[in-house]
Design a protein around this ligand. Structure first.
Ligand code: SF4
Length: 321
């Protein structure tokens, strides 16, 4: 724990985010985490052992004192993770995980992988898909071989022929895919998405400092977003907004915060960081990793006295003290 790009993140609910990989084969033009072959900011990619992730989820859930949903997500596409079925199985075997969901843009989904995930106990796939038009999908993914028709067929297989639920999560890009989102909502309902959880949630496009911004697309304000969603609900006659309870989500005790902003620590540089200008470090005497910034002279193995400058949700940023 301690890093935004990999490991386990607790945001104070009964859902724990589990981040096994940072890799992604696509380079979506709106990607908020600058993933994929066209990344401009990344310096390293990470893969985490499945057994390690499961044991950290178990320890965190026991400390929180609640059964948790393990949401396998991340700053890449979790379906590129080579040990995904094994991770799902290990999470289920902990006895403290009530459900396992995994997010994807679907490019690496296959019927065979879905079958293996069903056997392993995967409960839900959250599928992000912004258009069903093949040419537009290739343009939005900035990937000439992206085949949304194939993604669509495997998604329909999940919804209709497996026990895994499908939750469809298009990102609304104002002026780019307004009508495509309408089509996706109708499609998701028609194929039977939402067996146990809500069928569709539209995501708001958020322009991040180090994310990619499609030219000519502006970020909608929250008021505009909710107005647009209500209008979409009226137009399609489909529900698109859900309460936390309908998601089975509730506030829950957090794991004890190990470090506080302002605290002085000693860190050891382990490897280059996720993004340019960052180093991956371990915090001595504390079972957490952190991101060291403002240290262009740092090298692996170095011990650095540092101060914690970011501690939100136990995602730690430190600077040389
Ligand atoms: S939006 Fe998702 S699928 Fe697209 S590049 Fe980013 S991480 Fe990959």
């Amino acid at each position: 724990m301690g890093h935004i790009a990999f490991g386990v993140i607790d945001r104070g609910t009964n859902v724990l985010q589990v981040r096994p990989t940072t890799l992604c084969p696509l380079s979506c033009v709106f990607c908020s985490v600058d993933a994929g072959p066209r990344s401009r900011w990344r310096r390293s990619e990470y893969l985490v052992e499945p057994g390690w992730l499961a044991s950290w989820v178990e320890a965190a859930a026991r400390e929180k004192g609640v059964a948790v949903e393990a949401l396998i997500d991340g700053v890449g596409d979790p379906f590129t993770y080579p040990w995904l079925p094994r991770l799902v199985r290990l999470l289920k075997e902990t006895g403290v995980v009530s459900s396992v969901a995994a997010e994807t843009h679907g490019e690496t989904l296959t019927v065979e992988l879905v079958r293996r995930l069903e056997e392993a106990g995967l409960d839900r796939v959250n599928l992000s898909i912004e258009t069903l038009d093949p040419e537009k999908a290739r343009r939005l993914a900035a990937t000439p071989w992206y085949d949304v028709e194939r993604v669509r067929r495997v998604a329909e297989f999940i919804a209709r022929e497996t026990s895994i639920d499908l939750h469809v999560t298009p990102v609304w890009l104002p002026g780019v895919n307004d009508e495509d989102v309408v089509e996706i909502v109708e499609w998701a309902y028609r194929i039977g998405a939402g067996k146990r959880w809500p069928p569709v949630t539209v995501q708001k496009y958020i322009a991040h400092r180090r994310g990619r911004r499609p030219p000519g697309v502006r970020e909608p304000g929250w008021d505009e977003f909710w107005r647009w969603l209500r209008e979409l609900e009226r137009r399609t006659g489909r529900r698109l907004t859900w309460s936390m309870e309908e998601w089975g989500m509730r506030r829950a005790p957090r794991v004890r915060q190990r470090l506080r902003r302002g605290e002085r620590v000693k860190v050891q540089v382990v490897a280059p960081g996720w993004l340019r200008g960052e180093w991956l470090v371990r915090v001595l005497g504390v079972d957490r990793v952190a991101t060291l910034v403002s240290a262009p002279w740092a090298r692996p193995g170095m011990l650095v006295p540092a101060r914690v400058t970011g501690d939100k949700d136990e995602i730690y940023i430190v600077k040389p003290a």
